[in-house]
Design a protein around this ligand. Sequence first.
Ligand code: COA
Length: 163
Amino acid sequence: MRHCIYPGTFDPITYGHLDVLSRAAKLFDRVTVAVAESAGKAPLFTPAERLQMIAPNVANLPHVSVTTFSGLLVEFCMAQQADAIIRGLRALSDFEFEFNMALMNRHLEPELETLFVMPNEQFSYTSSTLVKQVAAYGGDVRHFVPPNVAEALTAAFRKGKLC
Ligand code: COA
């Protein structure tokens, strides 16, 4: 059983993230989407809300589960007995951050590999921040996020939340 962890803040999950996930699901027997608390990023949604938004979008993939975590990613991965971390590389600009993170995680846990997949190029400019900005000003984000996420964004900004 090969098990990988797909970590992220997912504030909120986008079709780009789901594209990475579908690729990981083809490669591994088990995939755990791990929603990081990421308090430092001041997320719009709580970890529980982010998990709730992801769950219906992975329901068609029986070997994919979603959970939240806090603390060090490598510790979570070891506790889950995972073989690898999977991350997406949208463009060259992602590389430096991802490279440093992969090397730091390898320093902390040499046995744990990080693998990268490239999402479809149509998602190369998608980011959670941009999606939130567009939604905050009433723009249509349905091209970038699943319907339940678009609804959650509309509801959040109707309540006056700031992104
Ligand atoms: N499609 C769309 N957007 C994507 C994407 C894809 N395929 N891949 C990345 N992104 C975007 C996200 O939308 C997000 O955009 P934003 O910054 O505008 O919000 C950004 O890239 C990164 O977000 P995400 O993929 O959600 O992950 P992250 O970089 O926030 O996650 C953690 C980082 C959680 C993996 C990392 O901070 C971590 O491991 N934290 C735990 C603590 C720890 O161990 N720290 C040491 C790490 S060395």
